[in-house]
Design a protein around this ligand. Sequence first.
Ligand code: AKG
Ligand code: FE2
Length: 148
Amino acid sequence: MPARPRYPHQSTPAQPGQLRAGAHTDYGSLTLLSMTDAPGGLEVQRQDGTWAAVRVPTDAFVMNVGDLMAQWTNDRWRSTMHRVTNPPPDTNGDTRRQSLVFFHQPNYDAEVIPLASCCGPDNPPKYARTTSGEHLFMKMTKAKNLNV
Ligand SMILES: O=C(O)CCC(=O)C(=O)O
Ligand SMILES: [Fe+2]
């Protein structure tokens, strides 16, 4: 599932606290991202709750772990909470930002059960069996009911 979020130039500064994209985790297995190095950009949340700006060379990709992969690995790989910030109010010039996103989602009926290699006597499975499609449907239904 490719997506091409485009964040237009801002001729007036955003209000304090406004974001280009609100904090979220991605739903699927892995997300691949390519982005312009524009002011105001992707941030990831550290375990202590603080945010870190993601700076990447222009010829590199960012890979995000999604919620389905976290379930598959019994949370050995955590899905990354991330957001996109606005340019700082004192930014001069063009503030347009373009990113190219590929959300990988396994086939609809692919079964997802926490991997045996990620579980053990002290680390029992935290998630019940699901399928890629059921999981995506559940995530979308929840988001729709929350109106996000
Ligand atoms: O534009 C970006 O850098 C991130 C977009 C994003 O997080 C998403 O589309 O899920
Ligand atoms: Fe995202």
